[in-house]
Ligand binder design. Structure first.
Ligand code: ZN
Length: 208
């Protein structure tokens, strides 16, 4: 890749924005009030705004390997706190994707060094849903299901935080679990029954 091309592209992009609205960057510079916090995978094929047809100012974005919400990860916790408490987003989305390298790696037993503790969080998801996953004979289907269950468990991890619990209670913040199907480009709402799942576990995680 010629990095010069990136700067050329940038010039064209500026021109295309100004063509539609001469004050575009002036407005952008005034501040942000996105409605959506998107937590997705770092995978280069899974863009955030682009696949949703949204642009600058629309989405607060956090990406990491396999779209994880880990309670001790200061990075994602800060993003969630800022988006929910300060930007007051109305929706938080965890977006996984099929053919996720992080999820695939967690299904294998290779020692990946520094990545081990991160991937262990996905192995924990496997352990929680071992019965269902091991009953699936087709490995590809099992892999896709683990992608979906990982999204579900990361939504649960979100709800474990005091920040999200309070915003759900006080102003109806909504948590969504989606999957991007990399083979078709389609965005799928998993329609996770969070209320149902939470009914069983909130006695453990409830914070006042
Ligand atoms: Zn991925």
């Amino acid at each position: 890749m010629q990095l010069d091309k990136v700067f050329e592209n940038n010039k064209k992009w500026i021109a295309s924005k100004l063509e539609v609205d001469a004050n575009y960057f002036e407005e952008l510079g005034k501040g942000q009030s996105p409605e959506l916090l998107y937590i997705g995978c770092s995978d280069s094929r899974v863009t955030a705004e682009d696949l949703m047809g949204l642009g600058p100012g629309d989405v607060f974005v956090h990406r990491n390997i396999a779209n994880m919400v880990v309670g001790t990860d200061l990075n994602s916790m800060s993003v969630i706190d800022y988006a929910v408490n300060h930007l007051k987003v109305n929706h938080v989305v965890i977006c996984g994707h099929y053919s996720c390298g992080g999820v695939k790696a967690a299904m294998q037993s290779a020692d990946l060094g520094l990545l081990n503790p991160w991937l262990r969080n996905i192995r924990d998801v496997y352990r929680l849903h071992k019965k269902e996953l091991n009953a699936m004979e087709d490995e590809e289907k099992r892999y896709e299901r683990l992608v979906e269950l990982n999204v579900q468990e990361q939504c649960v991890n979100l709800i474990k935080t005091a920040t999200v619990q309070k915003a759900v209670r006080n102003r109806g913040l909504q948590v969504h679990g989606w999957v991007f199907d990399i083979h078709t480009g389609k965005l799928i709402d998993l329609k996770i029954d969070l209320d149902g799942i939470l009914k069983n576990i909130m006695e453990i995680y409830h914070l006042d």
